[in-house]
Each structure stands twice: as C-alpha cells, then as structure tokens.
Write a protein that binds this ligand. Structure first.
Ligand code: LLP
Length: 419
C-alpha cells in the first residue's frame, strides 16, 4: 500500500503524523523534511516488482546521501551505488558494508580507487579502457583482486532532459557496446581483475520502460559474445533512472518493468542489479520554507513575487533543469488566490523555486516545495554565503534532526586569513 508521506489533516499539512508547523518552529527554515515510511514503502514496491528475479537493489547515494537516509536503506537490506570515496565513507558511516557497494563514475581518482580496493567494494563499474588500466595497476600495487563490470553505453534515447541523459553516444559515459568485447578480453587476461558483471545507466527521470528493454537487449547480445569468449557474467546491472511524478508526469511503472525483466531474464542465471535513487526518495521529501516578503508585480500585467527564505542554493533543480516542483501552503489561508513566482533571496534572476503558481499567500506563511527528497540537499551550495539547510527525518509521530543547520562559522572554518 502506498504511503502518503505529506497529508493535510484538519487543514494543516503534515509529514506523516507530524505537523510541519511544529518542525519549522523547532528547527527553523529552510529545512528538508523526509518521510521514513515513504522510503520504506518505495523500497518495498521495488522489492515486490522484482520478486520473481534474483536481484539486488543498490540505492544511488548521490540522490540523497544524508546518513539518516542511508541508514534507513541499510536497515532495509539495500546495497549502494556510489560515485566517490566520500560516498563510500558515508555508506560505511551509516553501517553499510563495502562488499554491497557498486562503484560507478567516469573519473574515478587514484585515491578513490585505492580506498575502494582496500575496503573490497563489491564491483567497480568501469567506464573506459584507460580506467581499466589504472585499476589493474592499482590492484597489482596493493596486491588485491578487483571485481569489475564494464559500463556499456548502449546508445539508446531515454527521452528525458538532455542534462540527465547518459546512454547516448554523445554522452561521456560508458564504453560503446561495439568496443566493450575487446575491453572485456583485456580484463579477462588481467590476473588483478575478476569479471563479475555488465552494466549500463541510460539516464534519469525516465518514465517509459522501453528504453531500458532496448538497452538490456544490447547487453544480452554482448553477454552472448562474452560467453563465446569464455567469459562468464554473474550480474546484469541496468542502472537507475526510474522516474517519479513532480506535477503531471506519468510515473514509471515499476511493477510492469519488473514483470518485463522477469519475462526476459527469468530463466537466466545472472543476478539483476538496479541502482535507483530518485524513485526511492524524491517524493519522500519536501523543502519547507517561510515567506519573507510579498511583492506585487511591476504593474497589473506582471507577476507577483513571493520572496521566501529558501533559494537556488538549497534547491537548484528549477534553475538547472527547468524542473517543476509542486508548491503548497502548510496552512490554509483566506488571502486572495493570485499568481506568484516563488523566488529566493539570492542575487540572480535565475533564483526561483517555482513560477506562475496559483496560491493564497500571506507574509510569514510556510510553504512546502514538494518532491524535494532527491537531488535537493545533495546539490545545495553556500552561494551568497548562505548556510545549508537543516534536514529532518520523520517516522510516524516523531521526528529526528538528521543534519543541523550549517552556520557561518562552519563555512569560514576552512578559510584564511582569520582573526
Ligand atoms: N546510477 C548511476 C550510474 C547514475 O549516474 C545515477 C544518476 C543513478 C544510478 C541514479 O539515477 P536515478 O535513479 O536517481 O535517476 N541531478 C539530476 C539527476 C542526475 C542523475 C545522475 N545520475 C536531477 O536533479 O534531476
């Protein structure tokens, strides 16, 4: 059963059983608020969809890397998909094990490779012939064997925003399917490596499963070739990218995808690995912000501005990807409904969280910017020397601050000169 993470009870928006007003009073704004039970529910939906298959869900840490969130997925039994040594440290800090980690990324540094090799990560998803050579050198030096998969670029169009398409030939990611066989041969001849898988990741916020099935066909053709070369594959990793609803998008049909994968892979021996980020966390988070000022438009033909205390440094998605996040008032208001641009205090006209929204607003009102659980806090910055927001994890009727608000002192700590 789907859990409604953010519900209106007696006219007031809640996160599960907690009033958002209470969180704003206790922690201040802006604050990201997450619903633990939404994360659990989404994870279980995915588990259920993949029920008929030998599978592993590796949560993509980049979507939301807060320790409280990682701990939640760790407790659910997830593995993790990481792209840096920093993310690996977070997984360990949250109680995860390196062997349950797949390490993706197009530019893995020597230091990150060494760190991951020493800890024994479950699989390096290698993205180029050069990276493979570096991995061989580092593994030889450290006297360990690296488990590898090659990330194949299947050249399929995922039908999403160009900045988050990754499986097309013009994208920097992966090894062209045609070249992969040769690179696998090289890997098979290196005693420093153990080939465990084949993988791809074609993009993010994808709403149809067909591009995945096309990519899978390319991977299966490659696996046939590899088997001919005497190379055995233990897992097929189809990446993440399953889309969610922000406003009116068709949500990705996970149950149908699971069924389609079962039809194609049910009688094979390989384990299926998925690397979902957004699907698990996006709709389980909001950015809670307070209206500082209401500012009427230039004249009647212009929009009104609601200047809030969150900004593009907290949630850059609207500015960067033209993303449309839903906006709701936490309390109902008797004010006249008008069209508003919801903008932040940052000195840029690109600093908006939403445009042309019909809302009844008052100064000091609390607003919830929806679907902010993925790629919100993780993409935040200190632009305009703004401290990053706090984060709160709600579970039923209680909540925990899982990251305190950043202070100016935190920001200045690494800089010189100092008084
Ligand atoms: N695996 C790999 C190798 C990835 O690069 C990504 C995301 C994922 C898994 C997880 O994808 P998801 O299931 O979350 O779609 N900042 C952008 C999204 C960038 C996605 C980057 N890679 C946004 O805010 O829309």
């Amino acid at each position: 059963m789907a859990v409604d993470a953010f519900v209106r009870i007696n006219g007031e928006l809640h996160a599960e059983g907690v009033r958002l007003t209470e969180i704003a009073e206790a922690v201040g704004t802006p604050v990201f608020v997450y619903s633990r039970n939404h994360f659990v529910d989404r994870y279980q939906q995915m588990e259920q969809a993949l029920n008929g298959l030998d599978h592993r869900i590796c949560y993509a840490v980049k979507a939301n890397s807060n320790l409280g969130v990682l701990r939640c997925f760790q407790e659910l039994g997830a593995g993790f998909d990481i792209v840096s040594g920093g993310e690996l440290q977070r997984v360990l800090a949250a109680g995860g094990a390196a062997e349950n980690v797949v390490f993706s990324g197009v530019g893995k540094s020597e230091a990150d490779i060494d760190f991951a090799l020493k800890l024994g990560v479950g699989c390096f998803n290698v993205e180029s012939a050069s990276e493979l050579e570096r991995l061989i050198r580092r593994a030889r030096l450290l006297g360990v064997v690296a488990a590898v998969s090659l990330r194949v670029n299947p050249n399929v169009d995922p039908g999403t925003h160009p900045y988050i398409s990754t499986g097309l030939k013009q994208n920097k990611f992966g090894i062209p399917a045609a070249a992969a066989r040769q690179v696998y041969r090289r890997a098979a001849n290196a005693p420093e490596l153990r080939i465990v898988g084949v993988d791809c990741h074609i993009g993010s916020q994808i709403s149809r499963m067909e591009p995945y099935l096309d990519a899978l066909d390319r991977l299966l053709e490659l696996i046939d070739d590899l088997n001919e070369d005497g190379i055995e594959i233990e897992h097929i990793d189809l990446g993440g990218g399953m889309g969610v609803t922000y406003t009116d998008e068709t949500p990705f049909n996970m149950a149908a995808y699971g069924a389609a994968l079962s039809r194609r892979l049910g009688n094979r021996h390989e384990t299926v690995v998925l690397e979902p980020g957004r699907f698990l966390v996006a709709n389980g988070g909001i950015l809670l912000t307070r209206v500082e000022y209401l500012k009427p438009g230039f004249d009647a033909s212009y929009l009104n501005f609601a200047i809030v205390d969150a900004a593009m440094n907290d949630l850059i998605r609207p500015a960067l990807y033209q993303a449309q996040h839903p906006v709701q008032s936490v309390l109902e208001s008797q004010a006249e409904v008008q069209l508003w641009d919801i903008v932040g205090p940052v000195c840029e006209s690109g600093d908006f969280l939403a445009k042309e929204r019909s809302l009844a607003l008052e100064e000091n009102a609390l607003l919830a910017i929806g679907a902010a659980g993925a790629y919100g806090m993780v993409q935040s910055s200190n632009y305009n020397s703004r401290g990053r927001a706090a984060e709160v994890l709600v579970d039923g009727k209680s909540f925990t601050v899982v990251r305190v608000r950043e202070t100016v002192r935190d920001q200045l700590r690494l800089e010189l000169p100092r008084e």
